[in-house]
Ligand binder design. Sequence first.
Ligand code: AHG
Ligand code: MN
Ligand code: MN
Length: 333
Amino acid sequence: MADRQFEEGTTLDRFLMDTLADHPGATGTFVNLCQSVALAGKMISARVNRAGLAGMLGETGEVNIQGEFVQKLDDYANETFKAALVHRGHTCMVVSEEEEEPVLIEERWHSGRYVVTVDPLDGSSNIDCNATIGTIFGVFRRRSSEGGPAGLPDVLRSGRDLIAAGYIVYGSGTLLVLGSEAGVHGFTLDPTIGEFFLSHPNIRIPDGKIYSCNEAYALRWPPGIGRFLRSAKERGFRARYIGSLVADFHRNMLKGGVFLYPADTHAPQGKLRLLYEGFPLAYLAERAGGAATDGTSPILDRVPAELHERTPLIIGGRALVEEVTASMRADSV
Ligand code: AHG
Ligand code: MN
Ligand code: MN
């Protein structure tokens, strides 16, 4: 299926209907889910574009489960995502960065087939300065039987169980990247008509010489990371780090490179979250020919023990991720 060719300029709806046609038994529920995600993306994009005018900059005064100050746009994006997913009957549970507990979709939708994990707004430290931010999401098919509420086993499971994942980048343009068994494809929002059009068909991570990390933390990192960076410098790499994972990852998907957020002495488990940052992006990286590791095992092989579990993350082009892993392994022998 991943070999299928899609025409640039195809609308997201048309793309979804075409891929649905490849599954004769499909009911269209997954298509509905993707349409809900796209709707939330359009709403958040519109709000992000006007944030400086609409009194939407700054903090709400609340602190989230991660102990971080919640920005007004974090809050808006979270509520918008939940509202978009709640009404269509496709989703039984949402796990969000901004919610301590899983959000169980109302009783009438206990038959919802999918569980969605979401970082509603990634890179929120960049909101106030108009730098690129985004939304990251992953989709599991529930494994508890339909008809009752979903539970933790529906989401505390291997990343290999994901059936789709994606992100939306709110940058100089708004782009939705969707990964599924149909491959990884990017859709650009035409804001004048409110429609996503296929602009980046069949994304594959190229070889590239970019590394992306917060090098100010280098003294806290395992020595293997330092050796990799030294070697990369000798080989003429460039550094690019925006501080929005989704934007750094997206650039490396298109241009090649590796993103590193290792464990360090201040954050021994790493900073980024497994269920709604690590898993979805690892799924996309692998589907696009790349790789993702926590330094010890592939990200998708992990099984989280708790909803907001953190992880070190090294993600991007396969050869570079393997090189970093080998360099880190040399520390432990
Ligand atoms: P979030 O805004 O969803 O809390 O995520 C912030 C993350 C991620 O986007 C980025 O890669 C990382 O924080 C940046 O952290 P540093 O400021 O420590 O480099
Ligand atoms: Mn994030
Ligand atoms: Mn966030």
